[in-house]
Design a protein. Sequence first.
Length: 93
Amino acid sequence: MTGVPQRWQDDVPAGPGGAMTDEVGVVTGPLTLRTTVAGGGLVRFDVQYQDADEWYTLTGSPRPHHGAPAALHAAALAAIRAGGGAVAPGAAP
């Protein structure tokens, strides 16, 4: 399936303090995380309120994936569940 981006998408409840986005600051509540492998060895993290139309960039995205984009998706899910203004895995808060 050449040309089809690798993508993971899961619903996740944000922990206290939510997740930090570039566009609107902190988002809280039931969210959806979408992780997409981009060009140049990068992975992009986007979040939205569940069932909303708008997507927001998780602060610190895109990040290098070092060959493990699925593991970074899992780490981003864990960070959002923990809350505290979660940012992309490996990004400085």
